[in-house]
Design a protein around this ligand. Sequence first.
Ligand SMILES: Cc1cc2nc3c(=O)[nH]c(=O)nc-3n(C[C@H](O)[C@H](O)[C@H](O)COP(=O)(O)O)c2cc1C
Length: 369
Amino acid sequence: MEREGSGEEETKQIPLLTPYKLGTFQLSHRIVLAPLTRQRSYDTIPQPHAILYYSQRTTKGGLLISEAAAVSETAQGLPHMPGIWRKEQVEAWKPIAESVHDKGGVFFCQLWHAGRVSLQDLWPDGYYPVSSTDKVLVGAENLQFKPPRRLNTDEIPHIVNDFRLAAKNAMEAGFDGVEIHGGFGYLIDQFLKDQVNDRTDRYGGSLENRCRFALEIVEAISNEIGGDRVGIRLSPFSNYMEAGDSDPNALGLYMAEALNKYGILYCHMAEPRVYSYEETPEAHSLKPMRMAFRGTFIVNGGYEREDGNKAVDENHADLVAYGRWFISNPDLPRRFELNAPLNKYDRGTFYTSDPVIGYTDYPFLETSS
Ligand SMILES: Cc1cc2nc3c(=O)[nH]c(=O)nc-3n(C[C@H](O)[C@H](O)[C@H](O)COP(=O)(O)O)c2cc1C
């Protein structure tokens, strides 16, 4: 006789693999593809090879966040990153979004403005990238950054509008929503952080003033596409790209509370250990921000299978985003389910422009040796 219901124990899922309702989206698990720049969108146009890349990483009911996409021509900072300001770019995103949807995934577009994190060679003589400041980024990893030009107060609404239009374009391209890139030293972070922001107008000085630009963008985009389709990424503890803050706890908490006013879908925070993407300086906690924010809370940074499970189990987060492990393991949710070994990632090909190598050639479980 067949035994009924006896499989219950075996099918009991680890916390990361439990379903979650993200606003109107029904997710089947909590493992999110973190936004990952791969510099393979030649001349700002998303390429057909991205169809395979994203669809490899799609699961039914899984959330994927796209690589950072520039919101305007002047938002660019590094070569071969995609844009979302021109018709041609919107058209090129369409089949990529479609392939994610074909497999039942939920796809958000990360909207980005580089600000002063902008390479010297990218711009003609006489053009200067814009920022909250005119302090030049000294440079990391032998990169030469162009000195920025401080935005005038009356230019700021135009940048906010660029974000709004980009969000509109993202919806037209078929994305399910957008994630505003407010972290890791790019333009929005250049306003948020007091190591960079040296303004004396209403966008500088107090915490409230430094957060104004970010919140204006949140408001404009929410009005355009609906707050239930908007997320934001923040990294208050990071000092990546020389954008640190003297009181990251206060900054993170202020933003978490202020965001509630707009009813946005999610807040995606980098763990304090993600100091400069990968380093691990000291232990702080995102708990106060998690408690203060009333939407979905996504955490990221240095997570493995076990601490990801723990984060969900202990209500530290609703969802956990994985970056590097998802680069090298297109079937990461399945591997976590089976507790299978992971492919190692190759840093050497993170940002190379090859359409296959280090991009779509990481093996799935079946073909791993
Ligand atoms: C190759 C690479 C590209 C990245 N590109 C982006 C990006 O476009 N936008 C962003 O917000 N973060 C970006 N990040 C940061 C990741 O989303 C993530 O925060 C970081 O890798 C830490 O998470 P992990 O420990 O799971 O890898 C990138 C990281 C890597 C390694």
